[in-house]
Design a protein around this ligand. Structure first.
Ligand SMILES: Nc1nc2c(ncn2[C@@H]2O[C@H](COP(=O)(O)OP(=O)(O)OP(=O)(O)O)[C@@H](O)[C@H]2O)c(=O)[nH]1
Ligand SMILES: [Zn+2]
Length: 382
């Protein structure tokens, strides 16, 4: 669980975040319009290079070796680099990674020792989605020598440390279900915070609409649309809007998030027949599903692009967000924050709070404000 930080650390983090929030504003996702506009917008925003949150120089085994006095000469390094193949990490398990080479061959790769030690802080040195350069040591085995700079990372907190789940992601597809399990808007709100924080463009998808009257969903969809978020209704079992979803994912790097049992695997199977992801009945006892998917992996799509199947989403923590920052990551609350009497107002019980005033006269949706309070009280352990 994220704990309150000492004030200096908080101030530093806040400073760092202010830029991020502004940048998130600038790169605000597509506005409301029809569904084709969304697909077009996604297509044109793709590979725009936004959100270079973690841009840093490529870490290479050869580079590190060069720092030693008896290292290779520059020419040797160059010729060695020429031997390297490029590829994408499909999954990473301990010290072994599956890498899909640009030559379309799958390699089991080990990781150069020096890369492992450079990444101790972030646990797994290589994560699903990493673009790497590697040396083929046999037709099926290789050694990862370089990790390209990452952008668009999703991480969670584990024992106070950042644990990167996946890298090089553009979109966060937030999957909920209209029923079985029941619709939980606060979970959507929570994933939206993650998207804002990681600078990923969110798409809200409500699946299993065959089980409800979609008209009942209109107020919620309207509230999200008025904040600039896009909402897509689907039924994986009846094929509703599956072609449209396929169009959205085409050519993009999309992480799929959502509670167990909402139909993530069913949707992916529907957009790419033959994928054969395991689908399990939602448990009748607790209406919760059981997270059939077990390891983070990247699924290349036949039409181009890839989706990341992200397990362990129930343990998804708010990484490094302090209570003061949550409102700034909510686009509907954000405009009012500066109007509060106290600069460190948490918009809970303080006097002269512009956020609460906006809730009182319906400029902010009361349900979203409740979700805000819920996130602060439950997720940030106030
Ligand atoms: N009625 C209906 N059922 C669906 C739909 N999509 C999926 N299901 C059912 O919901 C159950 C769970 O589907 P999954 O695709 O395994 O859900 P998931 O989100 O991948 O679950 P985890 O792997 O546990 O995270 C299965 O019984 C599916 O058949 C839908 O659109 N309508
Ligand atoms: Zn306030």
């Amino acid at each position: 669980m994220a704990k309150k930080k000492p004030s200096k650390q908080r101030a530093d983090f806040r400073k760092k975040h202010q830029g991020r929030v502004r940048k998130a504003d600038l790169t605000r996702q597509f506005k409301s319009g029809d569904q084709d506009d969304l697909a077009d917008a996604i297509q044109s925003e793709r590979v725009s290079g936004k959100g270079d949150l973690t841009r840093r120089r490529t870490v290479t085994g050869t580079e590190a070796a060069n720092e030693k006095p008896d290292s290779d000469t520059g020419d040797d390094v160059k010729s060695k680099d020429c031997e390297l193949l490029s590829g994408r990490v499909i999954s990473a398990h301990g010290l072994k990674s599956r890498v899909l080479g640009d030559d379309k061959t799958m390699y089991e790769c080990a990781i150069r020792q020096v890369l492992k030690s450079l990444n101790i802080q972030q646990r797994g040195a290589v994560v699903a989605g990493d673009r790497v350069r590697f040396r083929a040591e046999s037709p099926t085995d290789g050694m990862i020598e370089q990790i390209e700079p990452r952008r668009g990372i999703i991480s969670r907190t584990s024992r106070g440390q950042q644990h990167i789940l996946v890298a090089n992601v553009d979109y966060l597809l937030i999957v909920a279900s209209a029923a079985q399990p029941s619709l939980k808007p606060v979970l959507i709100d929570r994933f939206l915070l993650t998207a804002e924080q990681c600078e990923l463009r969110p798409i809200i998808l409500i699946n299993k609409i065959d089980l409800v009257d979609p008209i009942a969903l209109q107020p919620l969809i309207g509230a999200y649309a008025s904040m600039g978020y896009r909402v897509l209704l689907t039924s994986a079992s009846q094929g509703t809007n599956i072609d449209f979803l396929r169009g959205i994912l085409r050519g993009n790097q999309t992480a799929v998030a959502g509670q167990s049992g909402v139909g993530k695997s069913s949707l992916l199977n529907a957009i790419q027949p033959g994928l054969g992801l395991a689908v399990r009945e939602v448990s009748r006892d607790n209406d919760k599903g059981r997270h059939t998917t077990t390891a983070s992996k990247l699924i290349p799509l036949d039409d181009g692009g890839a989706v990341f199947d992200t397990p362990g989403i129930r343990q998804f923590q708010l990484w490094d967000i302090t209570a003061e920052e949550v409102a700034g990551l909510m686009p509907d609350l954000r405009p009012y924050v500066s109007g509060c009497r106290y600069p460190n107002c948490l918009h809970l019980s303080e006097d002269e709070c512009a956020v609460k005033n906006a809730v009182a006269d319906s400029r902010i949706d009361a349900r979203r404000y409740d979700a805000y309070c819920h996130l602060l009280e439950n997720d940030l352990m106030l």
